[in-house]
Design a protein around this ligand. Structure first.
Ligand SMILES: Cc1ncc(COP(=O)(O)O)c(C=O)c1O
Length: 386
């Protein structure tokens, strides 16, 4: 073998049988070969297990998919390049021209845009109501054949708690599928409800470190099989290196989620007692308008705490810019604390009535609580409120 050949066919160092790595390696290979054409064809026809091309599947991403499916309590999972991609591909795959989607004022902005702009261009229709208005939800479903009900709980940034059992029951009674973006609640919550499809941003709690993007769609086999064919031609399977980092992050998922929730609860209580604060939005607080529903539905109330400052947007701007330990930026669920001021959380596309129903006010600030020392975070909040 000459040297230019050698560098393309390096020596094999695969560990022998009975001597396996404790941590699965990153399978950073686009292609997987078979010994024969017949073996290749058998695998491509689904008669034997295996891998062929990274865009369709790879062992590292597959390990993450199987882990997430079990965490969320469903048959299978498709991992994608981002949370928004998971949502977009799911909605594209599950609808056709003439279908109708019910979604909400409280729905994550980019999801609203996918429904309002992208899918509308392909003839998919939509109705938007408030997640709090069960009568309107029932009325829309009773009067319009609906393919999907797309919702979140808790919602961003006001942490409204959707009545999952009731919404799923209404969706099913009227022949619709219930799609829940479960990013805020995490993989260990809501699995016991009859949600048809869970979508998640893996960019948040899954890795926890805020240095990698990903998304996941988790559902029963029959739905995943239908979506798998569409997803593979849309071509945004999660890259194995990102999958490895997310799988690594998941090891500390439960410890992080619970510890960050504990800190979020203390901060929510602290804010509630502060004279500059008009109102705190956190599902763990007894003052939350759906505290009973939150207690019934959620094991952990989550790590996002929002609140309204009495003195409106200028106070919120000064508060957000005065914080030292909270990064002024997007996202949530990472180990470092983050702040989103009202200038960045509001929606420009709402009518005044929709803006009122959204609950986002001029002084609404969203905090994502990280893993720093709680006393340090509270001291930082106090100095910024001061
Ligand atoms: C509820 C929710 N869903 C989806 C996403 C999108 O995730 P990604 O940033 O991974 O595309 C976000 C991001 O903030 C989110 O908050």
């Amino acid at each position: 073998m000459k040297k230019p050949t050698l560098v393309n066919h390096p020596p094999e160092t695969t560990p022998p049988q009975g001597n396996q790595p404790v941590i699965a390696p990153i399978y950073q290979s686009v292609k997987y070969e078979f010994e024969s054409i017949d073996d290749t064809l058998r695998m491509l026809r689904g008669e034997t297990p295996g891998y062929f091309y990274m865009r369709a599947s790879n062992p590292t991403t597959r390990q993450l998919e199987l882990t997430l499916a079990q965490l969320q309590g469903r048959d299978d999972c498709l991992a994608t390049a981002s949370g928004v991609n998971a949502i977009a591909q799911t909605l594209i795959s599950l609808t056709r021209s003439g279908d109708h989607i019910l979604y909400f004022i409280e729905t994550y902005g980019p999801t609203r845009n996918i429904i309002r702009r992208l899918l509308a261009r392909f003839g998919v229709e939509h109705t938007m109501v408030s997640i709090e208005d069960l009568a309107a939800i029932e009325n829309v479903l009773a009067t319009r054949p609906t393919r999907l009900v797309v919702f979140e709980s808790p919602t961003n940034p006001i942490t409204k708690v959707a009545d999952i059992e009731r919404i799923v029951e209404l969706a099913h009674r009227h022949g619709a599928l219930a799609v829940l973006d479960n990013t805020f609640a995490g993989f260990h919550q809501h699995g016991e409800y009859g949600v048809d499809v869970f979508v998640h941003s893996l960019t948040k709690y899954a890795s926890g470190t805020g240095d990698v993007m990903g998304g996941a769609v988790i559902a029963r086999q029959e739905l995943i099989e239908g979506m798998r064919a569409d997803f593979s031609v849309l071509g945004a399977l999660l890259d194995p290196h990102a999958a490895f980092l997310i799988q690594r992050g998941l090891k500390t998922y439960f410890v992080r989620y619970r510890e960050q929730t504990r800190a979020a609860m203390r901060i929510a209580e602290h804010l509630e007692a502060h004279p500059a604060v008009a109102r705190v939005h956190y599902p763990g607080l007894a003052s939350h308008p759906q505290a009973d529903l939150a207690r019934k539905q959620m094991r952990d109330a989550g790590t996002v705490v929002s609140f309204d400052l009495k003195n409106g947007s200028e106070a919120a701007r000064r508060f957000s810019e005065s914080l030292e330990l909270f990064a002024l930026t997007a996202s949530l669920g990472s180990t470092e604390s983050l702040v989103m001021p009202p200038q960045l959380v509001g929606s420009r596309d709402f009518t005044p009535e929709q803006a009122r129903q959204s609950g986002i006010g001029p002084g609404t600030v969203r905090l994502s609580i990280g893993l720093e020392d709680i006393d340090d975070l509270i001291a930082d909040i106090d100095q910024a409120l001061g």
